[in-house]
Design a protein around this ligand. Structure first.
Ligand code: SF4
Ligand code: SF4
Length: 129
């Protein structure tokens, strides 16, 4: 599951994510990070479900981190896509790649909705609501 974690000034310098990884054993993957001395926003992928996922999310909330479900989903119009690959290398998270048959594969779990690929696509096949 992907979530956005919002750190306020009070908690931004605490090693909260690292301690939750150590405590729960869940290898949380940071997809995007915007952090400065005042606040931080991370988009992370949490490879857990059920009680384990709830435990991880509760630990973030108890530590003072705001947790938002990340629901933005990219759409590719496969009728327009000509598999040129122009969207692959600009993608910062590796969410787009070629399959063995040279068609395009999109991994929703890795996408952080940055829209870089939307601009990169020469035929406007990609959209984000
Ligand atoms: S919006 Fe596009 S470029 Fe950005 S992470 Fe998602 S697939 Fe990659
Ligand atoms: S840039 Fe557009 S046309 Fe090219 S592979 Fe990506 S989605 Fe398809």
């Amino acid at each position: 599951m992907r979530v956005k974690l919002i750190y306020s000034h009070d908690v931004v310098e605490k090693p909260i994510l690292a301690s939750i990884v150590l405590k729960t054993g869940v290898p949380i993957n940071i997809l995007e990070a915007k952090v400065n001395a005042q606040k931080g926003e991370l988009i992370v992928s949490i490879p857990a479900t059920g009680d384990k996922l709830r435990e991880v999310l509760n630990l973030f909330r108890e530590a003072g981190v705001q947790v938002q479900e990340f629901t933005e989903t990219l759409r590719i119009d496969w009728d327009k896509c000509m598999a040129c690959g122009a969207c692959i290398s600009p993608c910062p998270t590796g969410a787009l790649k070629f399959k063995d048959d040279w068609s395009i594969e999109f991994d929703d779990e890795k996408c952080v909705a940055c829209k870089v690929c939307v601009t990169a696509c020469p035929v406007r096949a990609i959209s984000l609501p």
